[in-house]
Design a protein around this ligand. Structure first.
Ligand code: ZN
Length: 291
């Protein structure tokens, strides 16, 4: 019995390491790692049951609101609203918005709904196309977002940020601090994508840390088994784990990709099952908990 269990655990760990080495763009497009992980779920549930009894866990789900630029985007956003409502996650999730996708014009109603029901923060792809001037660009994007959201929620302040394509360097923490951003969630420990980012020097169990007065809330692979092994088990309690997805993942060839919808739904359910005692919180709330 012990030998069989050890072999299964070893295979599970090896698959976990393999998936973790794949840059996110590749792993997002593949259904197979996900299916393999569903298959091995009982093992990670057992691990969780054995080791998580006394851990204080917070789960921080966010949505990088990048769209597919097709007519299906409104439908994809609506489906996400329905999924989150069904799982009682309204108010407990952060939407990282960027106006490159015309949220304040084409998706005005949706953004108004978000402003009233969710934590809304800033996402920017400025660095994907420019090498300098990020400070000025972010400051303007932040002011524009605040002006819009304040119409619905008077006390609103944008305090959190995620960089498009996760392009992030130590000097950027200084830029964020200068424009009043208190929390960043761009770092993905252990991951590397040539020419974009290199987080191989950040330990997988580093659940949060401060740099230039900005609190970093790293994001992890969204598969709960991996989160459990790489981050939660080795971290000290309390631990905040953060993961995300995009609305464009739900659209393929100008049609809603219902397999992907199911996959995201399954991911959220799996996270709920794995960490039944965890509290789901927004990025803004994570700032209050960690400080
Ligand atoms: Zn993005």
């Amino acid at each position: 019995m012990y030998i069989e269990l050890s072999i299964i655990l070893l295979i599970y760990t090896l698959i976990g390491i393999l998936i973790f080495k794949i840059p996110p763009k590749k792993s997002h497009n593949s259904m197979y790692p996900f299916l393999i992980y569903i298959l091995f779920t009982p093992v990670s549930l057992l691990l969780g049951w054995l080791f998580l009894k006394k851990k204080e866990i917070y789960i921080c789900l966010s949505i990088d609101a990048d769209l597919s630029k097709t007519t299906q985007d409104k439908k994809a956003i609506k489906i996400i609203f329905q999924l989150l409502n069904k799982l009682k996650l309204k108010n407990k999730v952060t939407w990282f918005i960027n106006n490159e996708f015309n949220w304040t014009t084409t998706f005005k109603d949706e953004l108004n709904y978000l402003a009233n029901n969710y934590d809304v923060q800033l996402h920017s792809h400025y660095l994907s196309n420019h090498k300098t001037g990020a400070g000025k660009a972010y400051a303007k994007e932040k002011t524009d977002l605040e002006r819009f959201v304040k119409k619905q929620s008077k006390k609103y302040q944008c305090i959190a940020f995620r960089s498009g394509e996760h392009i992030m360097s130590p000097s950027h923490f200084k830029i964020l601090n200068n424009i009043g951003i208190k929390i960043d969630s761009s770092v993905m420990p252990g991951k590397y994508l040539k020419g974009k980012y290199d987080f191989r020097n950040i330990a997988l169990n580093k659940s949060n840390y401060c740099e230039n007065n900005v609190l970093e809330l790293p994001t992890y692979n969204k598969l709960p088994g991996l989160t459990l092994m790489n981050t939660i088990l080795p971290s000290k309690s309390p631990v905040v784990v953060s993961f995300f997805f995009h609305p464009f993942e739900l659209v393929k060839n100008n049609k809603i990709n219902y397999i992907k919808v199911l996959q995201i739904y399954a991911l959220l359910i799996l996270n709920k099952i794995h960490f039944p005692k965890a509290q789901w919180i927004s990025v803004k709330d994570a700032y209050d908990i960690v400080n």
